[in-house]
Design a protein around this ligand. Structure first.
Ligand code: CMP
Length: 139
């Protein structure tokens, strides 16, 4: 089925001017960018977005990093978009990521790993609503 997923191009990637290179990977995989904006998160906003990780030891590092520079938040649409996006991103830790994936090519570490993508339909719905109103998504 056609799905939508929330994607974030993280500060390590925007800093290195990789937005276009990453978007090309998504588009080449058949994912359509149906909404996109470049924003700067506060640590508080990053904390709300990553609330499920609040008790993890890396939470402070994660929210500080996500607030350290611009991010590009986007909605990707396509057949099986959630799984397809995860395939194109590669494993969370770039040292485990398959060749040709975004994280294998661009990520610097498990923390500064260039991209985020929703992991399931329910979280995709919540994460899209966190950043976008219906009017901002043009399929
Ligand atoms: P993401 O898909 O954005 O979801 C949560 C993020 O936490 C994950 O990608 C990683 O970037 C980050 N993360 C996971 N494990 C660690 C870790 N051990 N140290 C720092 N950051 C981590």
């Amino acid at each position: 089925a056609t799905e939508r997923t929330l994607s974030i191009i993280k500060p390590d990637a925007t800093k290195r001017n990789l937005t276009g290179a990453i978007n090309k990977k998504f588009e080449d995989a058949g994912l359509r960018i149906v909404a996109q904006k470049r924003i700067r998160l506060t640590e508080e906003q990053a904390g709300r977005f990553y609330d499920v990780h609040r008790e993890r030891p890396f939470f402070g590092e994660l929210t500080e990093f996500m607030a350290s520079g611009p991010v590009v938040v986007q909605v990707l649409e396509g057949e099986g978009a959630i799984a397809k996006n995860r395939e194109v991103m590669g494993a969370t830790n770039p040292s485990d990521a398959a060749e040709g994936t975004i994280r294998a090519e661009f990520a610097e570490s498990v923390g500064e790993n260039s991209v985020h993508g929703s992991d399931a339909p329910e979280t995709a719905k919540e994460e899209i609503a966190f950043f976008f109103s219906g009017l901002e998504i043009v399929g």
